[in-house]
Design a protein around this ligand. Sequence first.
Ligand SMILES: Nc1nc2c(ncn2[C@@H]2O[C@H](COP(=O)(O)OP(=O)(O)OP(=O)(O)O)[C@@H](O)[C@H]2O)c(=O)[nH]1
Ligand SMILES: [Mg+2]
Length: 370
Amino acid sequence: MLKKKCIGCGVELQFEDKTKEGYVPEEKFVTEENLLCQRCFKIKNYGQNLEHSFDKEDYLKEVTENVKKSDVIIPIFDIIDFEGSFTEEILDYLRDYRSIVVINKIDLLPDFVHPTEIANWVKRRLAEEDIVPDDIAFVSAKNKYGVNGIIRKIKTLFSNKKVKATVLGVSNVGKSSVINLLLGNKRITTSKYSGTTLKSINNKIPNTEITIIDTPGLIPDGRISDLIKVETGLKLVPAGEISRKTFKLDAGQVFMFDVFCRFKILETGSDTKPIFSAYSSKDVKYHTTREERVQELIDKGFFKILNGYEREMYFQNEFYTQVIELEENEELAIAGLGWINVKRGPLKIELTAPKDVKIVVRPGIFKAKK
Ligand SMILES: Nc1nc2c(ncn2[C@@H]2O[C@H](COP(=O)(O)OP(=O)(O)OP(=O)(O)O)[C@@H](O)[C@H]2O)c(=O)[nH]1
Ligand SMILES: [Mg+2]
């Protein structure tokens, strides 16, 4: 039988089962081209989050097959959740293939941050993972900023020859949004929920020899946002410029990153109090308190993102406590939640967080303005 793919999510189309992926009515299937499956239609028109039967392994297989066929890979990272934006597989591809790394969602950074500052930081951070990309592009699919730079960079690498470029990355970093801008239309389905693209989607960028391939988002381990309900997790994704608040605390005080994790300030022997800034979505509440008040604040619903039942479920995760010492200009990133940047160090803390969450100590991503 004739095979057709949905232009929105890449899934193979069928007209036999309304409850399965890829459904379109038979008459459409037979007579029309450039079809959108029923699921994509509902996501696009009603913003629904619809179930499907694809899993982590299916996605990885699809990405790997496409990477193998490509001349260059275009991994996309979310600057606001850099540590939650890669899996070991993505790092391995980056070590093996030519690449143009795209840093997306830069509209969420404060205005004063300069792209060169971020570029140097990303280069350094990738070098720590033994990765040297051919080029890096900074974009905001939301503000339509920087996307033409991606085409220019591909052309520079391959001087107008026929090129197959595969876009990859974890779910929700904005792969499909970036590709739609490169194509100059909105044919690929995008949504605020993870798992929108199901299979690879090939398109030719107009007026070029570049075939750009979208792929399903890989699922990383260790993001706080994946430990809670999907709808609630969306509150941890910043909707506008990332929120920042600065703290100067005494040893013994406890800083709470909402209910998600917390740390106690430890003595360092320095005469001055440490100063740090916390960054996250503005729905995340920061609070400073004493250790004996922590449990009461959690139990009595002082923090609002997780309701009673969800909070109980969250605390079913195994937690652990570790001592971490940060120097001035270093920061502690918590995947899927945010980070704290040390303005005046040293900052020695006893951090309590879910055991499976990825915690990274890294150089400061940018210097905050006074
Ligand atoms: N603030 C901001 N949001 C963005 C940007 N690019 C994409 N988004 C949002 O991020 C969400 C995910 O976008 P998609 O393009 O569907 O992401 P994806 O990587 O293709 O996701 P999957 O197909 O599920 O792997 C949507 O809510 C987009 O509006 C950006 O530059 N800035
Ligand atoms: Mg997508």
